[in-house]
Design a protein around this ligand. Structure first.
Ligand SMILES: Nc1ncnc2c1ncn2[C@@H]1O[C@H](COP(=O)(O)OP(=O)(O)OP(=O)(O)O)[C@@H](O)[C@H]1O
Ligand SMILES: [Mg+2]
Length: 436
């Protein structure tokens, strides 16, 4: 292909493209990215992502920086200061020496606001971290996201399964936002949260006088309000059996009756259901309708537990550290040893627990350096980490003392005096910490 044609292809891809070099400097973006993000190639080219994410506040985070740090492909969603939401897949290109030479980012637009909406910069910045972002570098989870993106474009019913806290709700939101229905509502209904006596009227609505206490004028249900959009039925296993058959009708006939109603209501919704229960087991126990199960299970998407994708732990720690440093205006960092420790310990919980650990550590740990003796992680209390020799543990402790002393005493002369070592040795040790 000649160069001119390549340029035409580059600018006319359906996805945005963002190319970065091995140092995190933006090489260029295509036209689609310019349209998606609201930033031009001219203003981005030559800029370092460290600045664009940091002081310049263009993006809430960067897949490229995670790729550089972890040297593996990363999938993530981010917001821009122009209030756009983007899903980014960053792939490293290595040179023969095994160093990252380029990072090619492919971008999907998850923005829901209309493009011509004017938002002033302050409002946009305050939006930057207002929503949860998704990050992964595991192959298992990336293929889950790939599948989700592929089926998002269709109108198929999707069943998300997986333990509590693996990201089902977050993925449902991502699917909705990458679908044709994204400018319409995403109606989230937690079947376990609505009392059984109210759930039918809530979902399907009712006609005036349908039951005592009902509004005389009747009321549209959530399925009716969601017209044109997506309905996310969370904890679907908790839907009472008689409503399971009514829901089956919605899926099969695309219509239903309000409580006390005679006129069929037409539906135009996309259904995403989620559960952390074993639905097949519930079917065999007679707790869940088999026919509904098969109707929901058109596209099953099982999300792997965090312990099945431990390679995600360092990336997620990094991501949540950035998130909470931003929130609490701090500059804390997890030590490499602590991160390794968190990867090797048995994880019962999922991403919600990991996020809690990171937030708690950032809020409660004094100093900027979070190491294994300072944090309290359920299952890791008072343990001497395995895989760390005495030498490494001492080195980590030394590093911490030096950083703390630096914070307190600033100059190498004063630090050396307090720690009773030579000034040359203080300077050397601090330099080696900085370079690590
Ligand atoms: N890949 C990810 N990257 C970043 N954050 C994530 C990721 N997956 C999940 N989270 C965060 O972890 C928390 C739990 O995720 P979510 O609520 O989607 O889980 P869930 O599977 O729906 O759990 P439950 O079954 O309890 O409803 C949320 O705060 C979410 O933002
Ligand atoms: Mg959920």
């Amino acid at each position: 292909m000649d160069k001119k044609l390549l340029e035409i292809v580059f600018d006319n891809l359906y996805n945005g493209i963002y190319v970065v070099d091995g140092k995190g400097i933006t090489i260029g973006v295509n036209k689609t990215f310019e349209e998606m993000s609201g930033f031009s190639n001219k203003e981005l080219a030559g800029k370092s992502l460290y600045d664009l994410v940091g002081k310049d506040n263009y993006f809430s985070g960067s897949a490229s920086l995670l790729v550089l740090e972890r040297k593996c492909p990363v999938t993530a969603t981010y917001s821009t200061s122009t209030n756009r939401k983007l899903l980014v897949k960053g792939r490293p290109i290595f040179n023969p020496q095994g160093e990252i030479e380029y990072i090619i980012n492919t971008i999907w637009d998850l923005t829901v606001v209309h493009y011509n909406q004017q938002i002033d910069a302050d409002t946009a910045r305050s939006h930057l971290l207002s929503e949860d972002d998704l990050v992964t570098c595991s192959e298992k989870m990336s293929s889950v996201i790939d599948l989700a993106l592929r089926v998002a474009e269709t109108d198929s019913t999707i069943l998300l399964t997986g333990e509590s806290g693996v990201g089902k709700s977050l993925l449902a939101k991502t699917i909705h936002r990458s679908s044709e229905r994204k400018h319409n509502v995403l109606m989230k209904i937690n079947c376990a949260a609505i009392p059984e006596s109210l759930i039918e009227a809530e979902l399907f609505g009712y006609e005036g006088g349908a039951f005592t206490g009902a509004d005389n004028r009747g009321k549209a249900g959530l399925l009716e309000t969601a017209k044109g959009g997506t309905v996310f039925l969370d904890e679907i296993s908790e839907l009472p059996l008689h409503l399971q058959s009514k829901l089956l009708g919605v899926i099969q006939e695309k219509e239903f009756y309000r409580v006390g109603g005679r006129e069929a209501q037409q539906t135009d919704i996309r259904l995403i259901a989620a559960t952390n229960k074993d639905l097949i087991k519930l079917v065999s126990e007679g707790q869940f309708r088999e026919d509904l199960y098969y109707r929901l299970n058109v596209v099953p998407i099982p999300l792997p537990a965090l312990r099945e994708r431990k390679e995600d732990i360092p990336t997620l720690i990094q991501h949540f550290t950035d998130k909470y440093n931003h929130k609490y205006n701090s500059y804390k960092k997890f030590s490499e040893n602590l991160i390794n420790q968190m990867v090797s310990m048995p994880w019962k919980g999922n991403i919600r627990e990991l996020e809690n650990v990171v937030e708690r550590s950032i809020v409660t740990t004094p100093g900027d350096f979070i190491s294994w003796e300072k944090v309290q992680i359920p299952g890791m209390e008072n343990t001497i980490p395995s895989g760390l020799g005495l030498k490494e543990m001492l080195a980590e402790r030394e590093k911490e003392i030096l950083l703390q002393a630096q914070e307190q005493y600033r100059t190498t002369r004063r630090i050396a005096a307090v720690l009773d070592i030579s000034q040359a040795s203080t300077a050397r040790k601090l330099k080696s910490i900085r370079e690590k």
